[in-house]
Design a protein around this ligand. Sequence first.
Ligand SMILES: Nc1ncnc2c1ncn2[C@@H]1O[C@H](COP(=O)(O)OP(=O)(O)OP(=O)(O)O)[C@@H](O)[C@H]1O
Ligand SMILES: [Mg+2]
Length: 453
Amino acid sequence: MFKLSVDDIVSNGNLILGIDLGTNKVAALLGRLDGGKLSLDRVGLAPSQGLRRGEIVDLEKAASSISQAIDGLNARRPKGIATSVDRSVAVPRIPHRAWVGITGDHVRCFNPRADIPISRPGRAVSPRDVEQVMRAAVGSLELPSGHEVVHVIARSFAVDTSGNSSPKSAKDASIEHTPIFCNSIANPVGMAARRLEVQAHVVTASTTSLGHLERCMEEAGLGVEGVVLEPLASADAVLSEAERDLGTVLLDIGAGTTDMAILVDGSVCCTAAVPIGGRHITRDLAVGLEIDVEEAEALKIAKGCALVDMVGANEKVTVNILSAEGPRQIPRRLLAQIIQPRAAEMVSLVKDQMVRSGYFHRLSIGAVLTGGGSQLEGILPLAKQIFGLPVRLGRPSARGPANLKDPRLSTSVGLLLYGSQEQVHSTPVSAWSRAKPNLGTRVLGWWKHLFGP
Ligand SMILES: Nc1ncnc2c1ncn2[C@@H]1O[C@H](COP(=O)(O)OP(=O)(O)OP(=O)(O)O)[C@@H](O)[C@H]1O
Ligand SMILES: [Mg+2]
């Protein structure tokens, strides 16, 4: 089991550790930040145990999976992952705190707005005003009981610029002003304004689930540097700036959940998780074909298809039916006939969330699919049919290290990107905030990084 020695508990400034606790695998990624540029140092993978639909259901098993993934950072070659990471160099000291992803049914998202007056002379918006309006946005929410805030994201600001020219007389100064709002401002600091308004996105998570995560990490000998909602991390890794600006929905199709994030005008406006992933498709195949789950998983990856029409009528596959003796040949179409309804159900549930968010009509770019399940043959055209939008595959090399293209690692690369932004301290004001669990005051602490004390 991975344990830290006293020597390891030193500041390890330019190394960042990201841990994605997936339902299928635990991925530990070690990134190196050099001159503001992030490169991948190492990848450690382990089969996941003790997780269901993104949530920890067995602390000890989950902790042991984390330890195995950390141990994997020391292995010469990461099993099952194609990277060109140089393993000949010595293993660096691994940071003792990590950036960790969260997802699951317990996560809730809100889009509050708030405004505050700017009453001091000169009325230039200060960083303190920004912090105050963000706090007001959070304060306007009735948080679900037993929840705490994990992200407070400024989607956009607006400033009321009416009456900015100095009053010519006392009478002038006392006249009621009609508000003139200047909208969609990314950074209002320094602007003259009577009022400051924010449209925010707030993510909350169950304190109990966050506590389980923290305990499980402790058990594996690690602290939590920060928690990041998984679809936000994945979106960070795979979406281009233009995609975020013009309107895109990101789907991370994992084993237990399909996570969604809608990004419009450079910022996130809706996040959700649907409790169906690749594991459900595998189970359907196992039940439908009467084969064991391991064979169903291998068959899905090698021959599965999410669109019946893409499979030739004469194509055959070999299976070992549990109740029959010896291998049997069955039409490959049968696989697609089992897979398509489940894949369509998953994509349709996501579409329902997209429509309910009120942002469906803003998706000018379309959808980007990532996560292991996005590699299923036919899933992109199926999603295109159901959404009626262009769809592409998203790989983490888009914004992360160039040598990592596996869609299963989009979340963990996103976690490294979050960690690196924290270290560089040059995140633009519209970027996503992050916070440690149980440290409510840190939620807004990121503003200090951006604007100074
Ligand atoms: N080539 C492939 N074709 C079809 N499915 C695939 C392929 N590769 C991986 N998968 C599926 O992707 C899923 C695992 O994806 P991923 O590693 O992103 O999940 P996870 O992060 O562990 O789970 P979650 O995000 O739900 O907690 C599995 O269900 C697996 O069967
Ligand atoms: Mg995942």
